[in-house]
Design a protein around this ligand. Structure first.
Ligand SMILES: Cc1cc2nc3c(=O)[nH]c(=O)nc-3n(C[C@H](O)[C@H](O)[C@H](O)COP(=O)(O)O)c2cc1C
Length: 587
């Protein structure tokens, strides 16, 4: 019934057009047909309004036909124009239907059709409305072009002209309008400013998720996320994300990559951004098995595009330094000076160094690891006795006498220090100061830099590599002080040269299980660098860059860090609550 009511005006206008052509546009003989058909269309319109069948097409075309009928009876000269241009009048009706409703803040006509293809959680958003208005005006433009096309003279033959002027606009509508209607909504969904959707139920949520995938972030993603939700709305189902598409399937997948078990009410609240997913996870309110790293991406993957773009990832600047290289196989013995106060289970700096050493060892290097905090190292007094009364010898007879020798004899030195107040730790700085005896006091000018000569001409050139982990998620500025100091050491030394720098920002996160992927990337980059420096005498930039990539947005970092610190406030020590670093393989 509704179908007939909606489409009757189309049949009516085609009938009038056919009768007008058959009756050679003779007004008098056509009057009775126009009257009967228009009366039926008027009646149909009244019924549509009474039984609330909302169809802009019905309203628009019926309106044009009723106006046409009036002109036939009350203004014959206008009526004559109407009968000769029924198809054009049809497009005028369609053009009006597309143009006017949005101007009066009414729903665009496309809404009626597109609503059927999307779940309610999407159709009720402003973004969906905006997209429909855009498509609506594209249709208005197409109908406008059809008005012109229906008026062009294609042939002198009356019959052919009637056929062409009717068919050509339809071809345009089918060839351009239909594909636009199909493809454009999905494209616009990705590019127009989105908003947080609100889901009334889990069913609502899973129906909407496939449409909300942020394709920019889903590049290369191939995963299956299984949900087992209990409570008010028990649901078993899984999302498959592959080839930039997302689908939802009810039931249990035999081999999901990630399995999330949660209370349905909690998951709905997380999805509606009413509860922080990160906090709920840390509080163990839901569990995740398998690949946890997807948890980090899940929020952004289905976030409105505006939000995801706004919160930019911190990408470090490209490394701009010419690192020292040696001939392959030259580096045989490596001495690590670890200036951090933490042990292997908790120090993120040591984590990098351990993996670097693993790689170096596998390539045949000998490694001596010195934990400076366990050494007896007095702070330098600035007496310069090592430069005057007892050249090369310090007033203190502590562990530094031995360490200075080890420093001199190593092919490669590793400086390992967490970032403390934008520099090295006090332990490391204390150690570095106490190496002054290895230099002579005199001044040497080289490449525009004034430096002190190395005391022992028999010592060979050596390389050094710096490792440092920091709390903040930025490399730029944060590491400037530490980096500057080591680069000065390089430019002011006759003997020790920088071969590589590994700066890990946002380092405290890497022990969390959800950051397993980043941890593995760091592990691999460091051990590859260790192996390469021994085998090839150099270190690829890409290894250093891999460590510096924090892979998290500033906002997300802030959210997680703040929540973590809040949860500890006055309750427990950091290390007690912080997961231990997992090492795969021997170190
Ligand atoms: C005294 C102190 C000062 C710190 N200063 C900074 C800093 O300037 N910038 C930063 O990003 N993190 C800073 N942090 C955070 C540490 O760099 C971070 O916790 C890092 O992971 C420690 O490395 P580790 O795990 O190897 O000990 C500081 C931490 C402490 C205890």
């Amino acid at each position: 019934m509704k179908f007939i009511i909606k489409h009757l005006p189309f049949a009516g206008i085609i009938a009038i057009n056919s009768l007008a052509i058959a009756g050679r546009y003779r007004l008098e003989s056509l009057k009775s047909y126009v009257f009967i058909i228009s009366a039926i269309i008027l009646l149909n319109l009244i019924i549509a309004i009474l039984i609330k069948v909302k169809s802009y097409f019905n309203y628009g075309i019926s309106g044009i036909m009723i106006l046409g009928a009036f002109s036939v009876f009350l203004a014959p000269s206008l009526g004559q124009i109407y009968l000769k241009n029924v198809i054009t009048a049809l497009y005028v009706g369609l053009f009006s239907v597309a143009l006017f409703p949005p101007l009066f803040k009414l729903d665009p006509f496309t809404y009626e059709f597109s609503k059927k293809n999307y779940p309610e959680a999407i159709t009720k958003t402003d973004q969906f409305r905006k997209i429909n208005i855009i498509i609506n005006y594209i249709w208005a433009a197409l109908f406008g072009i059809c008005i012109i096309l229906s008026k062009i003279t294609y042939s002198d033959d009356g019959g052919i002209q009637v056929i062409l002027s009717s068919i050509i606009p339809i071809v345009l509508l089918l060839a351009v309008g239909i594909p636009i209607n199909r493809k454009l909504p999905a494209i616009l969904m990705q590019t127009t400013q989105g908003e947080q959707m609100h889901f009334e139920s889990i069913k609502d949520l899973f129906e909407a998720m496939p449409f909300g995938l942020n394709k920019g972030l889903a590049e290369g993603l191939d995963t299956i996320i299984q949900f087992h939700l209990t409570g008010e709305e028990p649901t078993d189902g899984y999302l498959t994300i592959k080839n930039l598409e997302c689908t939802y399937t009810g039931g249990t997948h035999p081999e999901p990559k990630t399995t999330i078990r949660a209370d349905s009410k909690l998951w709905l609240a997380i999805s509606n951004n009413e509860v922080s997913g990160d906090q709920a996870y840390i509080n163990k309110e839901y569990t995740v098995d398998g690949d946890m790293t997807i948890l980090l991406k899940l929020g952004d993957l289905f976030a409105p595009s505006s939000e995801a773009e706004e919160d930019v990832k911190q990408k470090p600047k490209e490394i701009d330094f010419e690192y020292k290289t040696f001939e392959p196989g030259r580096i045989k013995n490596i001495v690590v000076f670890d200036g951090g106060p933490r042990n292997t289970k908790f120090s993120k700096t040591t984590f990098m160094v351990n993996h670097f050493c693993r790689g170096a060892k596998s390539a045949g290097a000998e490694i001596e690891y010195i934990k400076l905090k366990d050494m007896k190292i007095n702070p330098c007094t600035g007496c310069y006795t090592c430069w005057t009364k007892t050249p090369g010898e310090c007033i203190f007879k502590d562990d530094m006498s031995d360490l200075r020798l080890k420093f001199r004899k190593a092919d490669l030195i590793i400086f390992s220090s967490p970032l403390y107040i934008f520099s090295v730790t006090g332990i490391m700085k204390n150690f570095l100061d106490r190496n002054l005896p290895n230099m002579k006091p005199y001044m040497l000018i080289e490449n525009g830099e004034t430096k002190h000569p190395h005391r022992y001409p028999e010592d060979r050139q050596q390389g050094f590599v710096v490792f440092s982990a920091a709390g903040f998620p930025e490399v730029d500025h944060n590491f400037d002080g530490l980096k500057g100091m080591f680069r000065c050491l390089h430019s002011h030394s006759e003997k020790s040269f920088l071969m590589g720098e590994f700066y890990m920002p946002g380092a405290e996160l890497i022990s969390q299980p959800v950051y397993g992927e980043r941890r593995k990337k760091i592990e691999l980059a460091c051990s590859n660098a260790g192996e390469q420096v021994v085998k090839e005498g150099e270190i690829n930039m890409e290894f250093m860059e891999a460590v510096s990539d924090v892979e998290i947005t500033q906002k997300k970092f802030q959210e997680q860090a703040d929540y973590f610190w809040e949860s500890l406030d006055g309750k427990a020590s950091y290390l007690k609550r912080s997961p231990k670093l997992e090492y795969t393989g021997d170190i």
